[in-house]
Design a protein around this ligand. Structure first.
Ligand code: ADP
Ligand code: MG
Length: 457
């Protein structure tokens, strides 16, 4: 193509894109359709074209209308979601959905690794399909497994819809729990012993010189006894959880004193900024959406925190509450002490669901037991250059390594990682925090050795 031709083509494309061709064609068609052809054809065309475009005032009105319509649509969508959440499915509908969901899961030959797929046999499906947990929750197997039926690539694929789900569907949950938590040969009736926070004074500042650790955090998940878990919480119950937690926090003392913010009152910009500072949560992934975690959002969601942002409670993120203690340094002892105090304050007013075999009950079976995740954000630039060694070390120390945004280790920036206890069930709270303490100290020592080797070599 010559350059003239190509310029012509480009110009033509531009005229089309800008709507000029369309507007001119319409004017010409209008003139063609006119019975009494005007003397001044140019004036006719000009008038027609001006008629069809709004002036500034009209444009403003239209822009306003559009904004209003968008707001209205989003309200309607929320309302629709609310109403959908109220529709009760008949047993026949549950049966049909369960059979369909199971079929799609086992027919998928590419994603075969979920624990749901591994342990939900056709016989169990048949046995459990029409069974429900006690009224008024009436959770079906489908309510627990829907996320796994739809998202075949997820490692587990099941949530408990209420505390009873763990017993009513026990032949499915129990092997999944034992498989996930590495308790395959454990024949004991009790997988999680009574809570034991041990001697808090044995947990220390792991990095007094502030050389490696940017922050430390310990969180616990809890669900209020007698209320269903997120897959079956009603709109009223989301609010009930929030009210109960709000009033339980009113008696907090000393450094735990703070205030509660409901999500609906935090504007989008502030939310984003708080998420970035690790003190607020947002909606999670598709799997949780399918499981029903974000029904009625933002109703009943919120955060309690003290002014220093070192003690926080997230309400209805997934479990009813996530209780967190944090510090912008490596003082794990300080963090642990505050967490234990905060929990015992809450327990004065709230009773949390516990299971004789599994300990603290959480919706996701991976959090059962202590539900405790103690973590540090730590900078280990030399170690992180050798991921194989790092991961082998972490494995040995019973630690889990992630990137600080929850992603894969490959996205680690500046050698900063999130290192936490790997196990949650089968050990006491104290043992798990001590594991993190010992492990992080060992990793920092390994980093220091590499520093020295670098200086010498
Ligand atoms: P959890 O399941 O323990 O709540 P997530 O990976 O979902 O953990 O993290 C929740 C939030 O907490 C994220 O913003 C994450 O960056 C933050 N977080 C986790 N550990 C730490 C830590 N040691 N220091 C600071 N922020 C942290
Ligand atoms: Mg949390």
């Amino acid at each position: 193509m010559t350059s003239i031709e190509s310029k012509r083509v480009q110009y033509r494309k531009y005229l089309e894109r800008a709507g000029v061709i369309d507007a001119l064609s319409k004017a010409l068609i209008k003139l063609y359709e006119e019975q009494n052809k005007p003397e001044d054809a140019i004036r006719f065309v000009r008038k027609f074209m001006c008629e069809s475009c709004p002036d500034d005032a009209q444009y403003d009105v239209m822009k306003n209308d559009l904004e209003e319509a968008k707001t209205h649509i989003s309200k309607l969508e929320q309302e629709l979601e609310r109403l959908r959440g109220q529709i009760k499915k008949s047993p026949e509908e549950y049966q049909e959905l369960t059979v369909e969901g199971y079929k799609s899961l086992i027919d998928d030959e590419e994603n075969v690794n979920s624990l749901l797929r591994k342990y939900l046999t056709p016989e169990l499906l048949e046995e459990y399909m029409l069974v429900t947990t006690p009224a008024p929750v009436d959770a079906y197997l489908y309510d627990c497994a829907v996320a796994g039926f739809q998202h075949h690539d997820k490692p587990v694929g099941i949530y408990a819809a209420d505390a009873d789900s763990y017993d009513v569907f026990n032949k499915l949950f129990d092997p999944i729990i034992k498989d996930y938590h590495g308790q395959m040969d454990n024949e004991s009736d009790v997988l999680q012993k009574d809570p034991d926070f041990g001697n808090v004074d044995e947990i220390e500042n792991l990095d007094p010189e502030r050389k490696y650790i940017l922050s430390a955090r310990i969180r616990l998940a809890r669900n209020i006894e007698g209320l269903p878990f997120f897959p079956k919480l009603t709109e009223k119950q989301f609010i009930e959880v929030e009210e109960k937690v709000r009033s339980a926090t009113e008696t907090m003392d000393g450094e735990l004193i703070g205030s509660y913010l409901t999500m609906a009152d935090i504007d989008a910009e502030t939310q984003a900024e708080m998420v970035k500072r690790h003190i607020l949560f947002q909606r999670g992934d598709e799997q949780l959406t399918t499981a029903g975690c974000y029904r009625f959002w933002p109703t009943g969601r919120g955060v309690y925190h003290n002014p220093a942002e070192t003690f926080l409670i997230w309400v209805n993120r997934q479990d009813h509450v996530h209780i967190m203690s944090m510090a912008q340094c490596g003082d794990l002892g300080d963090v642990y002490n505050r967490l234990v105090n905060g929990l015992s304050e809450l327990e004065k007013t709230l009773t949390f669901a516990r299971h004789p075999r599994y300990g603290n009950l959480t919706a996701c079976p991976t959090n059962l037991g202590t539900s405790l995740r103690a973590s540090v954000h730590v900078r280990l630039p030399l170690l992180s250059k050798d991921p194989d060694r790092l991961l082998a070390l972490a494995e040995e120390l019973q630690l889990q390594v992630r990137s600080t945004d929850g992603g894969e280790l490959s996205t680690v920036e500046d050698g900063v990682m999130d290192i936490s206890n790997k196990r949650k069930l089968g050990f006491t709270e104290f043992e798990l925090v001590k594991t993190l303490q010992d492990g992080v100290v060992a990793l920092i020592n390994a980093e220091e050795e590499l520093e020295i080797a670098g200086q010498e070599g």
